[in-house]
Design a protein around this ligand. Sequence first.
Ligand SMILES: [Zn+2]
Length: 254
Amino acid sequence: MSIRSVGDRLRRPEYTGENRCLPCTVVNVCLTVVAAAAATVPLGPPGGLAVLLVGLGAVYFRGYLVPGTPTLTMRYFPPWLLELFGKELELRETLVPVKGVAVRATAEGGRLIDSFADAWDDRIERMRDAGVSDDDVATLLGVETASSVSGDVAYVVDGGLRRWLSESALLADAAAAAVLDARGGEAWEALSPDERVATLRDLRKLLTYCPRCGGDLDEEETETVETCCTESERVLMATCLDCDVRLIEDLGER
Ligand SMILES: [Zn+2]
């Protein structure tokens, strides 16, 4: 059996390659070195070297040495330390195109960039007074035209129908898209209408108030997501406590 095939059998893809967790790897390499140094006392330098090689091999092929390290680092590493390691796994794929423009990755999940949040608030206020126009929806989707269907939060676009959860949801999305449009994020501009809708929906989950009336949100249901080293909360449903309009409903999309 070649070394390569032994490696392939030992390899744990969920913790290595792209999924390798840098903080966990660093912790495990440190543990290996300490263990090897300790082994040198009873076993002599050859014993220490053997422990070192086996330990490093385990970290290389399996991603960790001590079972359960991902949980350990999650519990004991402070967020600032994880940020130092560039932990960005928690940013949802849909938010990656607006990273640096609207959100930044933190160990606890995506966070709105302050200047974007301020601009978003301004737009929401202006659009709340003026109403969301057909042009606003066309800008949101990156299409030529969109025409509203009366009596519904829906628009005819390219012969198809696009519907929003509520006026609040549309207001939040149209305002966010207007800011993104003005800020000229190239990755955002390249997105298809479907991708834009998905990105805006996840961006909306970071909003902390009702865009329609400014009221507080009742987050009826949240989901805790554990990834290597961190856990973050995902809002699945949110309704305004004042006007009772739903802003987020993600139950079907988990
Ligand atoms: Zn409200």
